[in-house]
Design a protein around this ligand. Structure first.
Ligand SMILES: CC(C)(COP(=O)(O)OP(=O)(O)OC[C@H]1O[C@@H](n2cnc3c(N)ncnc32)[C@H](O)[C@@H]1O)[C@@H](O)C(=O)NCCC(=O)NCCS
Ligand SMILES: Nc1ncnc2c1ncn2[C@@H]1O[C@H](COP(=O)(O)OP(=O)(O)OP(=O)(O)O)[C@@H](O)[C@H]1O
Length: 200
């Protein structure tokens, strides 16, 4: 029996990876789209050659993906971002499906920053949105990555607002630093488990 596919998303600094780790503590496997995207950009020859054809060899100096160079390009130019998204996201979606089929839990999570924006949420059985106020998110990322406010805001502006995404989410987790996470995760975990039981 195939596990249910559950998307978990949230804007930069919302804490979606932190929340995904709580689900993992409940025994639920999680696929992290950001890190797998970066892996595929190095390992998948088709993805790599499409990116080189567009950006040139300087994207991989000494064979290593130049992340900061690419980040500067894609968060400044919508055209460049759409190109990268168009190459990387189908490869990630395929890789996720292959991975999900290998799991034996009642459901699996797919953690991705822009699940609604890409339309990837449509292939999920349900989607969880993690939210936090923008000022909290900016502060978190500045502290975590040692970057300035401007670079966090550039990424934030390339993503949909929480208000927009809330309309498409089946479950919402508030991670503002004051609300406790474990009870929120537990309630959703139980709701998804009962959905998985009904499906099987
Ligand atoms: C530009 C890259 C190399 C920068 O790497 P870096 O280590 O600095 O950031 P990281 O990958 O950890 O992403 C951090 C956050 O940036 C935001 N972000 C990343 N890619 C995108 C994107 N295409 N659109 C909007 N926001 C994005 C997300 O909030 C994400 O969680 C990297 O983000 C990337 O390869 N992006 C393109 C692939 C992609 O779309 N990944 C996102 C999910 S599949
Ligand atoms: N409830 C919380 N209390 C305190 N710190 C938190 C909380 N949630 C997240 N953080 C911290 O905020 C930072 C951002 O969280 P996390 O990496 O989970 O966010 P994210 O949504 O996955 O971010 P990104 O989109 O950049 O990958 C991390 O340093 C994390 O430890």
């Amino acid at each position: 029996m195939k596990p249910l596919r559950i998307g978990i998303t949230g804007g930069i600094g919302s804490g979606k990876s932190t929340v995904a780790k709580v689900f993992e503590a409940f025994g639920i496997p999680c696929y992290y789209a950001d890190s797998n995207a970066k892996r595929l950009m190095v390992e998948d020859d088709e993805v790599k050659s499409d990116l080189i054809a567009y950006f040139g060899e300087e994207l991989y100096p000494d064979g290593v993906l130049n992340r900061s160079w690419l980040a500067q390009k894609i968060f400044e130019s919508e055209e460049d971002r759409q190109f990268v998204n168009g190459v990387v996201h189908p490869a990630v979606a395929k890789d996720f499906e292959r991975w999900a089929d290998e799991q034996s839990s009642p459901y699996v999570l797919r953690e991705a920053a822009i699940l609604f924006e890409t339309g990837g949420y449509k292939t999920s059985d349900a989607n969880i949105l993690v939210t936090a106020p923008e000022e909290v998110r900016i502060e978190r990322v500045m502290n975590r990555d040692g970057v300035d406010e401007q670079s966090v805001v550039a990424r934030m502006r390339s993503q949909w607002s929480d208000e927009h995404k809330s309309k498409l989410a089946d479950f919402i987790i508030l991670n503002d630093g004051n609300s406790t996470l474990i009870p929120q995760v537990q309630t959703i975990h139980e709701a998804i488990l009962s959905r998985a039981n009904q499906a099987n």
